[in-house]
Design a protein around this ligand. Structure first.
Ligand code: ZN
Length: 240
């Protein structure tokens, strides 16, 4: 079984208005329901004002893949929490930052860049997500392209290091393109950033979006208890 934790900042802006109507109970609640799978044990967690940010060690240490949704409160996550999350990723935990989590502190730390991008929120702007690595495990069962009827435009330039793989490329009605489904490896941890999921768009009701996140969870889950040996090596493998 893959132990999945879905963390959502779930601020005031998400609890009412259009966001509250589209995702009653919060994005984490809808994601938990949609991602349900016999291979997954899913836990949800929300940002808390405490020093653990709603994700204490006990939960983090029993997480195989961490799905993260942050936006207005990205910068409020404590540096110690960022340390703990990155440390778990280096040891093999999978990490899937969604949508506005491109500016989450753990993702920015892992990238080492600003992770800034261009954006536009325009009602009714649709997008087409193109599969550009059709043989990638995250693209399994995904058609050559599919449409999102409405999504916030995220576009280039996206200030990230060159991804290991670009699995999906998105084109928006307004003409912008975006490296919207990309992978990275940091030590033993696998990372997949995926752009859909504006709080007032219905992208998490799209079956291809959900299939992609499920595929990504399977891909990012640690495959063994491997440990990396780093630092000074005391014993030579062979005499020299
Ligand atoms: Zn958004």
């Amino acid at each position: 079984m893959i132990r999945v934790t879905i963390w959502n900042e779930y601020g005031k802006d998400q609890r009412s208005g259009r966001a509250g109507e589209v995702y009653p109970g919060g994005i984490h609640t809808i994601l938990k329901e949609k991602l349900a799978d016999r291979d997954f044990v899913i836990t949800t967690a929300c940002q808390e004002p405490d020093e653990d940010d709603g994700i204490p060690d006990e939960l983090l240490n029993s997480t195989d893949v961490l799905v993260w949704w942050g936006h207005l409160h990205n910068h409020e996550v404590h540096p110690k929490t960022v340390d703990r999350i990155c440390d778990r990723i280096y040891k093999g935990m999978g990490f899937i930052p969604l949508h506005s989590s491109h500016r989450s502190l753990p993702f920015c730390r892992l990238m080492g860049t600003s992770c800034d991008l261009t954006w536009r929120e325009k009602a009714g702007e649709n997008a087409f997500i193109w599969t550009v690595s059709p043989d990638h495990p995250i693209a399994e069962g995904i058609p050559p392209y599919f449409e999102l009827e409405e999504e916030e435009m995220y576009g280039e330039y996206f200030d990230i290091p060159a991804p290991d793989e670009i699995v999906f490329l998105t084109w928006f009605r307004g003409g912008n393109v975006f490296r919207g489904g990309i992978t990275f490896r940091r030590r033993l941890g696998k990372i997949f950033y995926f752009h859909p999921g504006h709080e007032t768009a219905r992208s998490y009701y799209n079956e291809n979006v959900i299939k992609i996140i499920k595929n990504a969870i399977r891909w990012a889950a640690p495959k063994s208890d491997k440990k990396l040996e780093v630092g000074e090596w005391q014993d030579p493998v062979n005499e020299f």
